[in-house]
Write a protein that binds this ligand. Sequence first.
Ligand code: B3K
Ligand code: ZN
Length: 889
Amino acid sequence: PQPIFRADYKPPAYLIDTVHLTFSLNEDVTHVTSRLALKPNYAENGAAPPLLLNGRDDVKLVGLKVAGQAVPESGYEVTPKSLTLLSPPAGPFELEVVTAIKPQDNSLLEGLYKSGGNYCTQCEAEGFRGITYFLDRPDVMARYTTRIEADAGKYPVLLSNGNLKEEGQLEGSRHYAVWEDPFPKPCYLFALVAGALVKKEDTYTTGSGKTVTLRIYTQPANISQVDFAMVSLKKSMKWDEDVYGLEYDLDLFNIVAVDDFNMGAMENKSLNIFNSRLVLADPDSSTDGDYARIEGVVGHEYFHNWTGNRVTCRDWFQLTLKEGLTVFRDQGFSADMNSAPVKRIEDVALLRASQFSEDAGPMAHPIRPDSYIKMDNFYTVTVYEKGSEIIRLYHTLLGPQGFRKGMDLYFQRHDGQAVTCDDFLAAMADANGEDLSGVGRWYSQAGTPTLTVSTAYDAAKKSFTISTHQVTPPTNGQPDKLPVLIPLKVGLLGPDGQDLPLHLEGKGDLGASTVLRCDAEHNSFTFTDVAVEPVPSLLRGFSAPVKLVVQGQTDDHLRLMFAHDSDPFNRWEAGQRLYMKLLLQLYGAAAGAASSVPLADCCAAAGGVPGELVAAFRAVLEDGKLDGSFKAMAMRLPSMAEIVDRIDEADPVLVWQVRHYVYQQLAQQLRPQLEAAIKANDVPPGTPYEFNAQQCARRVLRNMSESILGSLESPEIQEQLLRRFREATNMTDRMAALTVLCDTDTPGREQALQEFYAANKDKPLVLLKWLAVQASCALPGNIAKVRALMGHPAFTITTPNCCYSLFLGFARSVNFHAADGSGYEFIGDSVIKMDKINHQVASRIAGAFTTFKQYDKERQAMMVAQLRRIAAVEGLSENVFEIVTKSLQ
Ligand code: B3K
Ligand code: ZN
């Protein structure tokens, strides 16, 4: 397989005005007729170059006509990946391509395939070529008309993009529908659905008074579970009008839920297709986390209508143009609908747990990659989440109004176009008359910069100087890095923890927070009129995706911030830093001790969990003014991934044990307080479940307290947990109890798992949780159970959700890193097996090995051995090939 390079971009030689598709859906062979109105885009007066259309090896060419005339065999060439029309006519012409495909055999779930007996499509990034030969690239935008013919009994619902133009009966038991989409779009936004689906309908009236019909389609058994998604959709539509002045642009908006889907959802124009786990919800099946994700993803896909669909990407290297921006928009939406500080904390925790390690590993890439073998491998946390952080930089630098001005100009300039990240930057800069070139480097450099800050207080001059030093580490293919523009949002705390007023030399009064622009290797800023030596609160709100090192930051500083910082993010962050210092210190002690010394003894000898930290933790727990969801986040220790990121060649099992030890200590020392928190946050009996900030806060604090206590593994607590599990009136509480029970080797564990299965055996989405909780369990030797689950009726290997729950759930667990290599071998087996079925799923599982350099030598060797074993498999997909070869480079 050969990589494709961003630098090689060339505009297409041909463009397409209109596409007329006819699908004849059949159980054996489906025929697709595609009539394209092509026009030259090559140099005027130049000779017409051959027309190369993309295809796939499971697409069979059945007919080819130019201007109504069959093309002789000598007039074209077919390879497994393409169809070339050797001598196209000069000027515009019509091409008709007929292909034969078998959606029922398509286990890749790219292109047209069947899920639960229904037809559906997934075309992004390059799935359309699995339907017909086409110019499968996003800078070819055309107007589509789609005719679908199918058996009326089996497939009563026929959907595609745009407006329904016509429908009717055909001979026999067949019927048809014709859809027309007035907006030009790239083929990756094409969608088709045909099946026995039922719908729930609602309407939304836009700010300008247009009524839009909203429909959500599911299989008949699930239709009662779409109300929450519908409300989320309406909230999204309103929010986009309020915040960005963007209205929906058609009279109909459809969402379809399907069970077999490679990722979360897809923003096809007016016909969003969703993984059913991101649409269907009810209190008895879904957790608060599920509700939050549904709200966020429904928003995300809806927001793509403008950022992605109306303005799309010129080429796939620009993916972050639509994804980073749309993630930024969905984060803003969720923040406005729920708790903004908690949303920010969760997003940063995710970034640090998964994006930082991607940026430090062999797959590190800039948010706008320079090359790829398989584009699907680049739908990454870097392109999405770091991409969103880069959009946030503009927002931080320009303020909400300046950002909005930039967005307005972006749409004014580029509506209906396929553009680049540079176009976005230019719109932001021009709309505000600002030089934003410093943001540009974030698009081309991979790796997480480290920003080291040192400070100096001059008591005589009453001045406080902040000096910064930035370094971005080398990454694969990018040995040398240049400075990037880092907006550093800062405040200064007085001895009582309150904000001091800020005065910067030559800048007047700045209020409690200000943004410093760090754009060089070294920068320095001096605050004046600083009455007392302050404690600096740096990188407030996590104003840039960097690793911050603060020289001279003491535990006293951190405790002051943990108790008082007016910036909620930094308040949380101070706690994380205190925990992290402790975890690293205990890990160091344990790693240095002889293996015969029990872990608890090593940790105790190193000072255990100091009283000051327990007191700070307790103060948060008992603070009457703090929001419960914030408290729960503040009680959470840094994740395994974050800790591993801070240790050279970490022993992951030891990391897990040390983290567990700290939780146990907190539980032991604060048992009465944790029990009180559980009691105080019991939702009063009889209160119906609602997904709202108040109830969620109670549940998450209660369940967090329960989980910390669970680390004690006392029979009494286990009993309590089993009782809570049984008495739970909603899935949030039930899963919380089950998760803790599942990590303990007690009879209650098996009982709970069995009861859970019996109660939910007909609910595939709930069974995903049942699979995941067992897969990610930390009990030693759990791997045998996980292997056995592959044969359980709850597990279907062709359903990506099942694979993610089982394989990725396991790869997140400490058992993945079992010292005997059994966990690595299991995941290696799974990649090899999956690659025969679904390339995208296989490559996501293979991603579990890409962090191998973070671990100790023995584990590195075992992970590399698995990568080599996979690499040696014949007929490996390009997806998996790219991941394993880049890892082994
Ligand atoms: N744009 C899709 C992702 C498509 C992934 C293709 N492998 C979902 C989203 O980001 O909204
Ligand atoms: Zn997206």
